[in-house]
Design a protein around this ligand. Structure first.
Ligand code: FPP
Length: 246
């Protein structure tokens, strides 16, 4: 059992997950892709609850990318319906577990009903002080970086700041993740080894963990296994091992 091997002082503060493999999981069962997404929502529930119980501070889930808008209309509609249903169903769980919901991405692109309910739930959970669950929805990192660059360029254009005053912190402060620390650990399911336009700026020093499990079969035990693996790593941030151990 991996949970027993976890010690609180080696837990990451922020875990980001690329939830991949819903479609392939469904296909393997001879089911339509939408069933994979439905099962995927159950995994979201399990992993969020596990993260809250462990006392993690941030869990960021890549829920729907900018590129996912190009999927067949039926699939996009099904995911949006699932989002609305999940918001209604999960509200009590979020409240009970003291979870604060945050969003990164272009919510303007969401259908009206989904956007209203989603933003309302974010508002309703704003006072919760436990885990922050960050949904990356209609998100892509290149979109985010482009938007940040535009905001900074406007400030330079209006004379609010000088081009030479731009630092790494300026970019960090203009990302949608401005109030969120960088992920310590990135998990990707389904045996793919890609970042897929996710948090390119923020993952600079994150540890990476890849598993062959499809997202619908990613259990709490698999999650604990990833955390145990993380706990055994030495994070050097560009320094030498000797410098870290001092
Ligand atoms: C990846 O599987 C999953 C997605 C693109 C969507 C993720 C959506 C959910 C888990 C459901 C919605 C979540 C919430 C919180 C309401 P894939 O379809 O890319 O799988 P494949 O690579 O096997 O085709």
């Amino acid at each position: 059992m991996y949970k027993e091997q976890l010690t609180t002082d080696r837990l990451p503060e922020h875990v980001a997950i690329i939830m991949d493999g819903n479609g392939r999981w469904a296909k393997k069962q001879g089911l339509a892709r939408v069933f994979g997404h439905q099962k995927g929502v159950e995994t979201v529930h399990e992993i969020t609850t596990a993260a809250a119980e462990l006392g993690l501070k941030y869990l960021t889930l890549y829920t729907f990318s900018t590129e996912n808008w190009n999927r067949p209309k039926e699939e996009v509609d099904a995911i949006m319906t699932l989002l609305v249903d999940t918001i209604a169903k999960e509200r009590p769980t979020l409240m009970k577990n003291n979870v604060r919901l945050l969003t990164i991405g272009d919510t303007n692109r969401l259908p009206d009903e989904a956007r209203k309910k989603y933003l309302q739930l974010i508002d309703d959970t704003a006072g919760n002080t436990g885990l922050s669950l960050v949904l990356a929805l209609s998100y892509s990192s290149r979109w985010e970086i482009t938007e940040a660059m535009k905001r900074i360029a406007h400030k330079v254009e209006s004379g609010e700041m000088k081009a030479d005053d731009i630092t790494e912190q300026t970019l960090t402060d203009n990302m949608t993740t401005a109030c969120i620390p960088d992920p310590d650990l990135l998990i990707r399911t389904s045996g793919e080894y890609r970042i897929s336009n996710f948090l390119l700026w923020q993952l600079a020093y994150s540890e990476m963990y890849f598993t062959d499990c499809y997202w619908p079969e990613f259990t709490r035990e698999e999650f604990y296994k990833a955390l145990v693996d993380y706990a055994q790593r030495e994070r050097r941030f560009g320094k030498t091992s000797e410098q870290i151990q001092k």
